[in-house]
Design a protein around this ligand. Structure first.
Ligand code: SF4
Length: 164
């Protein structure tokens, strides 16, 4: 049976489809990676007074909710900004499917002291539906997609798996 599609999977779909395949198929190498450590520290220190990691249906994990109806996703840099935006749009999409309307999102970059406001448009919803179809097909293939050399590869937890 197919696993539920999490926000992190949507994020990886945009960042790197090979990374998504590894992640979906439970090949995980994240714990020793320096970027993951930075992410964990950020997670423990940024926005400390908010309620954090709101889990819905074990499908999405919202970093925190502030001012009633604004979902926040915390990222350390804007390098792969599109992926963070799509992740939170997916949360808005998923909640809309469950009948939750009138909410918006924000991607926060605490290290840069910046944030980006996010809304789900009809075009976004259509795009997410096509992503979900493509994503499910991709992760169920017996082998991962070929390596695409990217600038993020050097800081990716799967670097050794891809290049050595
Ligand atoms: S090292 Fe590069 S190609 Fe390999 S999973 Fe990471 S981002 Fe993708």
């Amino acid at each position: 049976m197919d696993k539920p599609i999490s926000g992190m999977m949507i994020y990886y779909y945009i960042v790197c489809k090979r990374k998504l395949w590894y992640f979906y198929n439970q090949i995980q190498m994240e714990s020793d990676n320096e970027n993951v450590k930075i992410g964990k520290v950020l997670d423990e220190t940024a926005y400390g007074r908010e309620e954090k990691h709101i889990n819905i249906d074990d499908v999405i994990s919202i970093d925190y909710i502030k001012n009633r109806g604004v979902l926040h996703e915390v990222k350390k840099s804007r390098k792969i900004e599109e992926a963070g935006i799509m992740q939170i749009k997916y949360y808005l999409y998923y909640l809309k499917q469950r009948g939750v309307e009138g909410i918006t999102g924000k991607v926060d970059y605490p290290l840069l002291k910046q944030s980006v406001d996010i809304e789900l448009t009809a075009e976004d919803a259509k795009y997410i539906e096509t992503v979900l179809i493509d994503l499910k097909e991709l992760v169920n293939k017996p082998l991962p997609p070929l390596i695409e050399k990217k600038s993020i590869c050097k800081s990716c937890a799967y670097f050794e798996l891809c290049y050595i």
